[in-house]
Write a protein that binds this ligand. Structure first.
Ligand code: NDP
Length: 285
């Protein structure tokens, strides 16, 4: 079997058009969705991510505010800035680009962001709401994966889903979203014994490991849906995922490529969450 490619770039473009239309509609009601991004230090990858977020905001007609802080900024000053943005009615989403310098407590930073503006979906209140199936900001990468499947017409209820990776930002929440949609979910991680025994049960296999080409054909059931979250560089410095694409695509039914798979969905769902926050703020007024 040769897998059908799930084109994240195309699906993201379609979703962005829908978001831009909704932004234009909100503007007629006197509200422009606004996203504030705080960047601490000068990490090259973080700068690229932040620039993309700013660019996408503008493309969709949203207000974007970039706050750059020195690497040596005190935790107190950063928390003060977040507090100021929590009270700023032009800002509907606040994102602090991670990772942060070691002297700053990431947990404290995340918990200082108002849950009503936590468009990354990392605040414990949003995570709890997601787990209990309540209205919440869903974390962008997991949410993007669910939208990719929905747009591709892949059903989830009753499927065996195996997630390799259990980070707080990808692995754990994506498994929870599958569970919310009635899948039977298995988590694998670095202590899992006999990984391929589990992964071979997967109708839908999600790889969020951070190791280039880690998932091989031997890990994959014939015809499975394979979602590759990884963003890695191989020995040649080329961008690659966690899945050995060439061999796995010969066996899988559907597969996301890297790049142009999950990646473009993450930023799209960030924009969606900012729009949602703005729309909900209107309802509260
Ligand atoms: P983390 O490093 O936080 O988590 C990696 C997970 O993989 C851990 O749970 C770890 O297990 C597990 N793991 C490590 N080695 C093995 C192994 N040998 N067998 C099984 N499991 C293993 O990574 P993230 O979740 O943050 O990111 C994962 C990948 O996704 C990265 O490549 C990252 O760049 C990418 N990413 C892509 C995004 C996108 O927009 N497309 C967004 C976010 C991340 P344990 O818990 O036991 O240590």
């Amino acid at each position: 079997m040769t897998a059908q490619i799930i084109n994240g770039k195309e699906i993201a473009a379609k979703k962005k058009l829908e978001i831009a239309e909704e932004v234009a509609r909100l503007k007629t009601q006197g509200i422009t969705p606004g996203l504030a991004v705080i960047l601490v230090g000068r990490d090259h990858a973080s700068q690229t991510y932040v620039n993309n977020k700013e660019k996408t905001c503008k493309e969709l007609g949203m207000y974007s505010l970039l706050i750059e802080m020195d690497e040596k900024v005190s935790e107190e000053e950063l928390l003060g800035k977040i507090d100021e943005l929590n009270r700023d009615s032009a800002i509907h989403g606040i994102l602090v680009q991670l990772p942060l310098p070691k002297h700053i407590d990431e947990k404290k930073v995340i918990e200082t962001i108002s849950p009503l503006k936590d468009v990354d979906g990392f605040h414990p209140i949003n995570i709890g709401r997601m787990m209990t199936g309540q209205n919440a900001f869903l974390p962008c990468t997991p949410y993007g994966i669910m939208v990719l499947l929905e747009e591709t017409g892949i059903s989830i209820a009753g499927k065996n889903v195996v997630v390799v990776g259990r980070s707080n930002i990808v692995g754990k929440p994506v498994g929870q979203l599958f569970l919310n949609q009635h899948a039977t979910v298995t988590y694998c991680h670095s202590r899992t014994k006999d990984l391929s025994l589990h992964t071979n049960q997967a109708d839908i296999l999600v790889a969020a490991v951070g190791i280039p080409n880690f998932i091989k054909a031997e890990h994959v059931k014939e015809g499975a849906v394979v979602i590759d979250v990884g963003i890695n560089r191989n020995e040649a410095g080329k961008l690659c995922g966690d899945v050995a694409f060439d061999e796995v695509s010969e066996k899988a039914g559907f597969i996301t490529p890297v790049p142009k798979g999950v990646g473009p969905m993450t930023i799209t769902m960030l924009m969606y969450n900012t729009l949602k926050s703005a729309a909900e703020s209107l309802d509260r007024d």
